[in-house]
Design a protein around this ligand. Structure first.
Ligand code: F6R
Length: 613
């Protein structure tokens, strides 16, 4: 949510900053801005809209030599929280003197009180943002030592922040700090890059330092000095990213989303590879850090997540109950700490998060840790806050997910959850023979997905029939119920069609009142237990004029004939089938959105990685 880049090192900083913003744009894209130091003063350019607009404006407004010669600067792409996405509300924000510039992710909760106090001292504010208040506060605290001023200001704020601060009076350094909003520092050769995520760094260096909460760093072209907010030095190791810069490019596809959908045979192979043990009929997930005895003694599995990750958790719930005979439940991470979760050391809590930065999931992890549960995570982004705070868990290895709508992360999350459930199941009731059989099915997931991807053109054609509808309903049963929820989420977020997912049986308890002639019903009618009941529910919809698009099993002609349109998935285990089924719905959503001319990779109002509550 919002993207920060800071750079200090060689001439050409403006280009580095703007290119960095382009890589972070998926985190927020309603306005952007950049500040550099030139001739002992701060020069700023800001614009509503996307980074491309900022780039045009900066080129138009700035003398080309200013653009090129700067060696230090900070930049930001915004997802508005306080005040609409206007130029004046865009970051960077200046202090009263105009000598200090700040970019900020997060929320300063006590900004109103601080603003009133500063106004009393003669400060004038131009924007509606909490960030401008923090910039003025730093300026007010600045007695000639920027680092100390930032420390003093941060002691006075409550809330969350990832910040980078530039001062015209100390042009050889950038001060950066974090509490609740990630900051990564790339350590290059005579250059240092600060960013809210590593995708802005990878083009420069693979060597990074992750700041912890309440760390504050003095960054120069060739040094990084980290202290805590009480000015006590702290040591943070340099980590290797092992990220391929090309992985964050579109690679010939029109959209990141389409690329990421088509990558899934590879990303799933990376998720599964080396994690199945065919001798034991089990899975090998060393990162879980659990002994067989600990697993056998578990009472319950609690799965936490938001949005798509929550839907993956719902599939996981079926997997744990089915394979491991253990009580499993999914909890909405945002609600978790506001109820009274009953947890103990024999409860396994699995936090599911692609980004590993989602504020609600992170807070739920902290709550679960505090209550003494056995907490682990399932993250995609290596070194992310949730991954580091849980200390154990399983990485997805799905590669950078740039499209705001999550696709490949979901399928990898589900694959890992099935493997986790298999591991637990083998220590409980699942036989070796059944484990080997399921292992073979899991191993075949990339091939199953490839078979769905081959229907891309067919799905694009079907999409033309549904693209003009303004409402759609997705229905499913058993593990296909969460797939229905996920299919509806994908369609609504990128095509803006009002889409709802329901358990197939639930429709007639109310929502069926909304059906009219031609209302689309997207039915998960895959050949798994419960299919016949779903077919009954489909007939109830058809009787009320609905048009039915079915996801059906290859070769199940009888079911296919019940549909107006259909997409097939290969026959497989009901839990495994969730993965090819969701891929069919991802492609459907993509093509509908494309026909409707939507901004697929960056849907309106959304941002990747929601780091505010
Ligand atoms: C939807 C989507 C969101 C995320 C949610 C959680 O396509 O991407 O619903 O799934 O914001 O994000 P993570 O998984 O990063 O915690």
């Amino acid at each position: 949510m919002c993207g920060i880049v800071g750079y200090i090192g060689k001439a050409g900083a403006t280009t580095v900053l703007i290119n960095g913003l382009r890589r972070l744009e998926y985190r927020g894209y309603d306005s952007a801005g950049v500040a550099i130091i030139d001739d002992d003063r701060i020069v700023i350019s800001k614009s509503p809209g996307k980074v491309a607009r900022l780039n045009d404006k900066t080129h138009a407004d700035w003398d080309p030599t200013v653009f090129q010669r700067a060696i230090a600067g900070i930049a930001h792409t915004r997802w508005a929280t306080h005040g609409p996405p206007t130029e004046v509300n865009a970051h960077p924000h200046l202090d009263q003197s105009g000598d200090v510039a700040l970019v900020h992710n997060g929320i300063i909760e006590n900004y109103r009180a601080l603003r009133a106090r500063l106004e009393g001292l003669g400060h004038h504010f131009y924007s509606e943002t909490d960030t401008e208040v923090l910039a003025h506060l730093i300026g007010e605290c600045n007695k000639g030592d920027l680092f100390q001023a930032v420390c003093d200001a941060l002691h006075q704020v409550s809330g969350t922040f990832g910040i980078a601060v530039l001062s015209a009076n100390e042009p050889d350094r950038i001060i950066t700090a974090r509490r609740g909003s990630p900051i990564v520092i790339g350590v290059g050769d005579g250059e240092t890059i600060i960013a809210s995520d590593s995708s802005a760094i990878v083009a420069h260096t693979q060597r990074v330092i992750y700041l912890d909460d309440n760390d504050i760093a003095i960054v120069t072209a060739d040094s990084v000095e980290i202290r805590d907010l009480n000015n006590v030095p702290v040591t943070r190791e340099i980590a290797e990213l092992n990220l391929d810069a090309a992985a964050a490019e579109k690679g010939g596809y029109d959209h990141f989303m389409l690329k990421e959908i088509h990558e899934q045979p590879d990303t799933l192979s990376n998720t599964i590879r080396g994690r199945l043990d065919f001798d034991l009929g089990s899975s090998v997930l060393a990162g879980m850090g659990t002994s067989p005895r600990e697993l056998a003694e578990l009472n319950r599995v609690v799965l936490l997540g938001c949005g798509t990750s929550l839907h993956a958790g719902l599939v996981g719930e079926y997997a744990f109950e089915d394979l491991a005979d253990i009580h499993a439940e999914v909890q909405q991470a945002a609600e978790f700490r506001y109820r009274n979760p009953i947890l103990g050391s024999r409860d396994l809590v699995v936090a599911i998060s692609q980004s590993g930065e989602t504020a609600d999931t992170l807070a739920a992890v902290r709550e679960a840790n505090q209550k003494g549960a056995f907490v682990m995570s399932l993250c995609n982004v290596v070194g992310s806050t949730i991954a580091r705070e849980t200390g154990r868990g399983v990485y997805l290895h799905a590669g950078p997910e740039i499209s705001v709508a999550s696709t490949k992360a979901f399928t990898s999350q589900v694959a890992v959850l099935i493997m986790m459930a298999l591991k637990l199941g083998r220590g409980r009731r699942y036989s070796r023979e059944d484990g080997i059989k399921l292992g073979r099915e899991i191993e075949s997931i990339p091939t199953l997905v490839a078979r769905v991807l081959r229907q891309d053109e067919h799905i694009a054609k079907i999409a033309t029939t549904y693209a003009n509808n303004e409402h759609a309903f997705f229905i499913g049963r058993g593990p296909m119920y969460p797939v229905a929820l996920e299919g509806a989420l994908k369609l609504k977020e990128i095509s803006y069609i009002h889409a709802e997912g329901y358990h197939a049986a639930e429709l007639k308890h109310g929502p069926i009142a909304l059906l009219e002639n031609g209302t689309p019903i997207i039915a998960l009618a895959v050949d798994i237990p419960g299919k016949d009941k779903t077919l009954g529910n489909i007939e109830e919809c058809r009787a009320r004029g609905a048009r039915i698009l079915g996801i059906v099993t290859e070769g199940d002609h009888e079911t296919a004939e019940c549909m107006d349109d259909f997409i097939t998935i290969p026959s497989c285990h009901p839990l495994v089938a969730t993965i090819p089924a969701v891929v069919a719905l991802q492609l459907f959503a993509y093509h509908v959105a494309r026909i409707r001319g939507c901004e697929i990779d960056q849907p309106r109002n959304l941002a990747k990685s929601v780091t505010v509550e």
